[in-house]
Design a protein around this ligand. Structure first.
Ligand code: ARG
Length: 565
């Protein structure tokens, strides 16, 4: 990383001066003035009661004394009130660019790989997938791909909600309507679930009955088990179909029901450590801490009627994962509203000693809202089903981009994916965002189509050139050119930061900025009719690298590239 490169040198300078400052260098926030900056003089100046500018000046002078800087920097400057600005030399920039293009994964440094399980998607079977299920799948898939890019062994698990109350409700409904098991279809489930969920709200008796069925199912009732298996198959197939459309793929298709065989072992361990407390017949674990600012209620392990809950199956699943994979890290991607659940769960894990060797993380995400700022709904007042959403997105895209009406169906599906995913991923995952297909579908602005359009535009130039340029000279020709090359160099920082914070938005926004630089380049530097062969060669080299970056990074966002648009 360039930061590290500068920091290493700078640290030596600081040590020589006996300045007790950490050499932390960041990408410049005034790109017109420099490429990288050091702000460390300010806080140190306070300690020394000196002027920060004088400190910076000392550092710069020492830097020039110790190092032959011309090879790397065209300018190192102390500027008032006390920043140090680093401007990279053209030669250095170009050497780094060549290294990026000649090495795998753009020559980024790869840390020690880890074994990571990522639990995302988490749909509940028998309920149709709707807009509320988008984020977990999209954000989770991207985090998985980013972590894999760093050579981690990443295992994705869908963790189906397959043993909850909705199953009891649907079984009740099927039996009530005398529907033979072999006649269960997804259309039927889509109809029965909302109907039953409404009935349970209105009728306490039916609600009780459904809860009983659920409990008996969990206890192994054979008839209910048969229903359950069929429902899981039919619903699971439909979930798979939608995830395939979204290019979201899992290594494991486990669900809550698969955790049951592990619950006894969890219970024994909790008892061994005297962690299970009786509370009106229920079994709970107290997980609050004196330092808590918000009250953390007890973790409920078992209800008084003997039923297990969401948290219990989560514990069982953790035991299953440890037995099967011995992971270093388990990551959960869910709605932010589950934050408390995971706080409780991880505290139980801590009490069980599991956090000594496993890092548990809950990555929350915000809500997809409509223009009214409330959770996105159809005109009928329900959350739009994903199938409908895909269809509508396609229509809106075609309407607002009428010259694309003869696109291949396959390419249109790619566009739908790009529209929906880029709109989601460019937002910090913790923030809510407003779902606006029209805006997301435009080819200008921070959208998926804009990125794809840029890629295809550059690909078109590259395809028209027969000669493959194999090297780069020491020259950079103008500012737009330089900005593009500097942006390319920022890839490594971006990727590492995006991976460490588990924020795909960092990568998505980088990709947008790269495309802005590329389009500025395209508009200012006309390659096609260039007579200067060296210049042409250099530019093709840079454009090829930039487009390769877009392609690989889009893949990390799980966005494909259409043939044409
Ligand atoms: N099925 C859950 C829901 O709909 C999400 C599951 C998340 N994963 C987990 N291990 N708890 O909210």
């Amino acid at each position: 990383m360039i930061n590290n490169f500068i920091e290493e040198k700078l640290q030596k300078v600081l040590d020589t001066l006996h300045y007790d400052i950490k050499a932390k260098v960041i990408i410049s926030n005034r790109k017109d003035l420099c490429d990288y900056q050091f702000d460390g003089a300010f806080s140190y100046a306070k300690i020394l009661h000196q002027n920060p500018y004088d400190i910076s000046l000392n550092i710069v002078n020492k830097f020039n004394e110790i190092y032959e800087t011309e090879d790397y920097f065209s300018k190192i400057e102390a500027v008032r009130p006390g920043f140090i600005n680093f401007t990279l030399s053209d030669k250095f920039i170009n050497n780094l660019i060549v290294d990026m293009s000649k090495n795998e994964k753009f020559n980024i440094s790869l840390p020690q790989p880890q074994k990571i399980i990522i639990d995302y998607g988490g749909p509940n079977i028998a309920k149709p997938l709707h807009v509320g299920h988008l984020r977990s799948a999209i954000v989770g898939e991207s985090i998985k791909r980013i972590l894999k890019y760093f050579n981690n062994e990443v295992i994705g698990d869908v963790h189906l909600g397959d043993y909850g109350l909705q199953i009891g409700q649907v079984i009740y409904g099927l039996k009530e309507k005398n529907i033979a098991k072999e006649n269960i279809t997804i259309e039927l489930l889509d109809q029965i679930y909302p109907e039953m969920s409404q009935k349970c709200k209105e009728n306490e008796e039916i609600k009780q009955k459904c809860a009983e069925i659920t409990k008996e199912l969990q206890d192994g009732n054979e008839e209910y088990q048969e229903y359950f298996k069929l429902i899981r198959k039919v619903s699971g197939d439909d979930i798979l179909r939608i995830y395939n459309y979204l290019d979201v793929h899992y290594d494991l298709w486990y669900g809550e029901s698969d955790a049951y065989p592990y619950i006894d072992k969890v219970k024994k361990d909790l008892e061994k450590r005297n962690l299970l407390v009786d509370s009106n017949g229920a079994k709970i674990v107290n997980v609050s801490k004196p330092t808590d600012e918000v009250e953390v209620p007890p973790f409920i392990f078992q209800k008084s009627n003997g039923a297990y809950l969401y948290g219990t199956t989560d514990l069982g699943t953790i035991y299953q994962r440890i037995e099967d994979f011995k992971p270093d890290n388990i990551i959960y991607v869910t709605d932010l509203r589950q934050k408390m659940h995971f706080t409780q769960l991880f505290r139980v894990c801590e009490k069980l000693g599991l956090t000594n060797h496993i890092k548990f993380e809950h990555l929350g995400f915000g809500t997809v809202n409509g223009k009214d700022g409330k959770p996105f709904k159809t005109r009928a007042g329900t959350a739009p089903k994903l199938d409908e959403l895909f269809k509508e997105t396609k229509e809106v895209f075609l309407k607002s981009n009428s010259k694309n009406t003869n696109m291949k169906e396959e390419d249109l599906d790619i566009l739908v994916n790009a529209i929906i995913k880029f709109a989601d991923l460019q937002n910090n995952r913790e923030k809510d965002y407003i779902f606006d297909i029209t805006k997301f579908s435009e080819v200008v602005g921070k959208t998926g189509p804009y990125i794809l359009y840029t890629y295809l535009r550059i690909a078109n130039i590259l395809n028209n050139e027969e000669k493959v340029e194999s090297n780069l000279s020491n020259v950079i020709y103008n500012n737009v050119d330089r900005n593009l090359r500097i942006k390319i160099l920022e890839l490594e920082n971006t990727l590492i930061y995006s991976a460490n914070t588990r924020l795909p938005s960092i990568l998505a926004n980088y990709l947008y900025e790269l495309c802005v630089n590329l389009n500025a380049f395209y508009e200012n530097n006309h390659i096609n009719n260039l007579d200067d062969q060296n210049k042409k060669n250099d530019w093709l080299f840079v454009l090829r690298l930039a487009n390769n970056i877009i392609k690989e990074m889009l893949d990390l966002l799980s966005i494909k590239i259409p043939e044409r648009m």
